[in-house]
Write a protein that binds this ligand. Structure first.
Ligand code: 13P
Length: 266
């Protein structure tokens, strides 16, 4: 953590919960965050499945927890069967969206060109865009992890102007760490986050790089979170499995708040 960047913790529920348990989870997250006393020091967000967004959003009410979606279309409207536009997300109360999760990059073939379009439209719609990048195991083993991630960043940011990218949070999620129980070591995660920040400085400028939050995702849990968050370039996490348990999610938020406080944040 760094004193100047308020931590961001997102709970990516993926294709889990049903309507009733999603609402229960949202309720429990609110209660657990209040009990943990972290509302003042952490930006927390949850990303439920599309059909539950509206109802979960009502449960979140006027709380500080951001409602987010797991994807959006690259188009504004029209003949795109099955797609959901960024405008529709705003309409049902979303304030954030995940772009380019590896389960979409690799499972559904989304490439940087498409993700650039999605990022542009999400930002234009006023959403906080959590842009995911990350290398596969073979890319890491080949020593290409930083180059692969830099290439993803350049492709996704593309021609976007500095004034439009203020609301981006970058999520580094090594593909081999997602849902595997195998996290990047705190040292490897910190090294990659520092490298991402250098790419952002090169793409825009050092001030943009210094204020942009870069969060880590991949098998973060209540036990390992603090060691990861102590990295000076690690500004929070994107949490999968552990976000489905309100207490674990709140513990991870508390770890972020403690790491931030130790770094001199409020
Ligand atoms: P896990 O925390 O389950 O590894 O998932 C990480 C992730 O993909 C968050 O987007």
């Amino acid at each position: 953590m760094h004193a100047e960047r308020r931590p961001f913790i997102g709970g990516n529920w993926k294709m889990n919960t049903d309507l009733a348990s999603g609402v229960e989870l949202a309720d429990a997250v609110l209660a657990a965050l209040a009990a943990a006393g972290v509302e003042e020091s952490v930006d927390a967000a949850v990303y439920p499945p599309f059909p539950y967004l509206f109802t979960v959003g009502r449960t979140l009410g006027h709380s500080a927890v951001l409602l987010g979606a797991q994807d959006c279309s690259a188009d504004v409207s029209g003949a795109f069967t099955g797609q959901v536009s960024a405008g529709m997300l705003c309409d049902v109360g979303c304030r954030s969206v995940i772009i380019g999760h590896s389960e979409r990059r690799h499972g559904l073939g989304e490439d940087d060109e498409l993700l650039h379009e999605k990022l542009a439209i999400a930002l234009e719609s006023g959403l906080v865009a959590v842009l995911c990048v990350g290398e596969t195991l073979s890319e890491r083993d080949d020593g290409r992890a930083e180059a692969v991630v830099a290439h993803q960043l350049r492709g996704c940011f593309g021609t976007l102007k500095a004034e439009t990218v203020e609301r981006v949070v970058v999520a580094y999620e090594p593909v081999w760490a997602i849902g595997t129980g195998r996290t990047a070591s705190p040292e490897d995660a910190q090294a990659m986050h520092a490298s991402i920040r250098r790419v952002l400085a090169d793409l825009y400028d050092s001030r943009f790089a210094a204020r942009t939050r870069i969060i880590y995702g991949g098998s973060v849990n209540a036990k390992n979170a603090r060691a990861i968050f102590d990295g000076p370039d690690i500004d929070g996490g994107l949490i999968g499995g552990a976000s489905l348990k309100a207490d674990d999610f709140a513990s991870i938020c508390r770890a972020a708040a403690e790491a931030w406080s130790a770094a001199g944040g409020h």
